[in-house]
Design a protein around this ligand. Structure first.
Ligand code: FAD
Length: 392
């Protein structure tokens, strides 16, 4: 078992667990500051594997996330060459008619639909340009001693264990973080995890026969139906990722093709022709609804040795479109702290931990509220919104 702790003088040796969206952005920030960064990622290199169905394939990128992409030199590329602007919500009524609620009628600001894999692959590709970033794929964290700065990975291809040591361990390993699991042994570590009673299933509206969008492209489309909803975000190939959010009990009750078609005819009639009956049946019964979880925890750090960022620190439900964006913002804030405290890890980690939770707890609550807003309140006149909130 090799102990890997080589680094250039003056720079810190930093191990990032998780090479997803947030871990890859953090690696770029740290590499730009001259530190030696090793990314350990459970999966294979995403650039070499086909898209996995079931995980949201596109995401709404907002100003928080754009700021981080700008800092690491990728904003222009992602926005101009890849992102699809979404200027507002396009609401689908039951009769199939639609209307638009702009996000920013005054200044025309918008959010962007970006492909998860494309974004992740672009970030990893950018890190290829830095000699001080090394990536280890197929490495699953199985054990950590955060005080000592040691990690043990299982190499999933060869089944060997690899021990490594670092000055700083950053847990960017998502909502079910193994780094966080290790942190939970610390005294005074607070942790809340909750699954909501609703799940989600992804469907797809394909491009039309000419290869064009079947609906107006520059919107986030919503079919609000009170206790549940469907949304659609545009993809670069002119298809739409459609996500149906509803209680697990409702998913369970739709157990035959006839029930599915009757349900869609009742609640989303205009979407049937867009998705196609056959594809609707195949995609609905070909997948199973995924759960939605949120996590609040604190503190985010252990001494000057370990830190949680992204979903590992604060997983939120997706209704506010801010999970990735808030994770990217973690990286921007950390970068400021590295500057402010001149790489003094004890001060950086303490300030991040002491201050960041206030906003992330709030984003978590706003995301839960926004489900009610999107699926229901968005269709109501404002005086009824007050009543609906009072009734909650
Ligand atoms: P992840 O993306 O989960 O990445 C974690 C990485 O760590 C993965 O690559 C994983 O393989 C790796 N890993 C896990 N365990 C280990 C281990 N033991 N060892 C090594 N590596 C490990 N956010 C938005 O901002 N806008 C949106 O529109 C949006 N839409 C969403 C829609 C849905 C349906 C869902 C579920 C989420 C959505 N989100 C959105 C949230 C967003 O997906 C997450 O906030 C974001 O992916 C968090 O990034 P991360 O890098 O922290 O975690």
């Amino acid at each position: 078992m090799a102990l890997n702790n080589e680094h250039a003088k003056g720079s810190l040796d930093i191990a990032i667990v998780g090479g997803g969206l947030v871990g890859s952005v953090e690696a770029l920030y740290l590499a730009k500051r001259g530190h030696n960064v090793r990314i350990y990622e459970y999966r294979e290199d995403i650039r070499k594997t086909p898209q996995v169905r079931g995980r949201s394939i596109n995401l709404a990128l907002s100003v928080r996330g754009r700021r981080a992409l700008k800092d690491v030199g990728l904003e222009q590329h992602i926005i101009e060459e890849h992102g699809i602007p979404m200027k507002g919500r396009r609401i689908h009524r039951l009769d199939g008619s639609t209307y638009v609620i702009p996000y920013d009628a005054r200044n025309n600001q918008c959010i962007y639909s970006v492909g998860r894999n494309y974004l992740n692959a672009s970030l990893l590709k950018e890190s290829d340009n830095y000699e001080n970033v090394t990536k280890y794929f197929n490495h699953k964290l199985i054990e950590a001693n955060l005080q000592k700065g040691t990690l043990t990975f299982l190499k999933t291809d060869t089944k060997e264990n690899v021990d490594v040591k670092a000055d700083l361990i950053i847990g960017a390993d998502g909502a079910f973080s193994a780094v966080r699991k290790s942190m939970m042994k610390q005294p005074l570590f607070d942790y809340t995890q909750k699954y909501i009673e609703h799940g989600y299933l992804e469907l797809c509206i394909p491009a039309d026969e000419q290869g064009s969008f079947q609906m107006p492209a520059n919107y986030l489309h919503i079919w609000p139906r009170g206790n549940f909803m469907m949304i659609a975000l545009p993809n670069q190939d002119c298809s739409w990722t459609v996500t149906l959010f509803m209680p697990f009990t409702s998913f369970k009750s739709i157990d035959t093709e006839d029930k599915l078609l009757a349900f869609f005819e009742k609640y989303f009639p205009d979407s049937i022709a867009l998705i196609g009956r056959k594809k609707l049946i195949e995609d609905f019964f070909g997948g199973s609804p995924s759960p939605l979880v949120f996590v609040k925890c604190r503190p985010y750090h252990v001494e000057d040795k370990a830190l949680l960022i992204g979903d590992a620190a604060h997983a939120v439900v997706p209704f506010y479109g801010q999970g990735m964006n808030a994770g990217f913002e973690d990286c921007t804030i950390l970068d400021h702290l590295f500057q402010k405290y001149n790489d003094d890890l004890a001060k950086i980690l303490l300030e991040f931990s002491d201050t960041r939770w206030i906003d992330t707890f709030e984003i978590c609550d706003l995301a839960l509220y926004n489900y009610i807003e999107m699926r229901d309140l968005v269709t109501r006149p404002s005086y009824r919104i007050r009543k609906a909130l009072d009734d909650l």
